[in-house]
Design a protein around this ligand. Sequence first.
Ligand SMILES: Cc1cc2nc3c(=O)[nH]c(=O)nc-3n(C[C@H](O)[C@H](O)[C@H](O)COP(=O)(O)OP(=O)(O)OC[C@H]3O[C@@H](n4cnc5c(N)ncnc54)[C@H](O)[C@@H]3O)c2cc1C
Length: 328
Amino acid sequence: MLEKRSVGAGASGGFVGALMPHHTERWNAKKQMQFEALAELSDVIGELEADTGMTCGYRRCGRLVPLLHEQTREIVSRRIEGAREFWGGQFTMELVEPGDLARVSRWLDPAAAPHGAQWDDLSARVNPRRYVEALACHVRAHGEIREGVEVVRLEPENRSVVLADGRRLSAGEICVAAGFEAYPLLQPFMDAMNDGKVIGRGVKGQAVLLSHQHDDSEPILYESGAYVVPHEGNFVAVGSTSHDHDGGAPDAFDPGDMGFYHKALTLAPCLAPAQITGRWANVRPRNMLKGTGSEPYFGAVPGHDGLSARIGGFKIGVGVGGSVKFCS
Ligand SMILES: Cc1cc2nc3c(=O)[nH]c(=O)nc-3n(C[C@H](O)[C@H](O)[C@H](O)COP(=O)(O)OP(=O)(O)OC[C@H]3O[C@@H](n4cnc5c(N)ncnc54)[C@H](O)[C@@H]3O)c2cc1C
């Protein structure tokens, strides 16, 4: 495995780690694939932990989505039917009434959920940095990781890649898993699928980590792009922004762009006194593939034997990526 910087330097090396299913309306192959990845992840992580002796901070903590409008209750009822139909009877979704919210969360301010909340027990959280470290440990035990080695060109016809220092490295198979930086590398080989258009774009995001004493029994709170994700060790991650990447430093944190944090505090005002102990920014890959949109890309590059790609799905890459990476 060749890594331009160091393992975890990309979008996977953050601290948010929310593993949340898509809504159950308009069920399709992408939603099914993500469901399977999330459902099996507890076993996959258990195997990874047993294999490496490391822990990944995984917990199936559930998710609570506050309902701001009366009409949303009807939508949630349809989602509940969808969960019954598509979640294989293993997991449940329910509508929690406003007077009953404290049963599921002590953090959620009832004023932020005037019409109750959507609850599911499929959602989970993981500590992305520890997870990536464990995956790296697994890879090192079965192969080799070379850090600080950048691939600048792919030559699948020769089964080789060209490195930034001009060297050429041969490989039986070439698998590109370079996040948003995969797009320029793959561009010459994807024309048939995308009429020559770029196959994705980078979307910058940032998040903060809070230090807050808790017993790690809370669910994820999620509303309009703001996440509150409890983590073990008395940490709580709060995310995230989404802006088209402007080509600047991927990890540059903008302290003026903290709307997501203020929004999160309206969900969980008890976190207002918590000290911000970490700030993190990076660029996620957002696939823009003809026919499959922003869903993860795991597979062969058509027409080019020996070339395949693994690019995370927009905002869900940690869940599906980790599962697929470890299994393959
Ligand atoms: C603020 C934020 C919050 C997020 N929250 C969540 C969340 O809660 N849950 C979730 O599931 N997802 C979340 N995501 C999305 C998720 O992080 C991504 O979908 C996922 O990490 C993408 O994984 P990847 O392996 O495709 O790319 P990356 O993790 O970016 O990995 C790509 C790696 O390739 C290396 N590389 C690049 N170019 C080259 C080259 N030419 N040669 C060699 N190496 C190269 C990079 O250095 C990098 O280490 C979040 C993202 C952000 C930014």
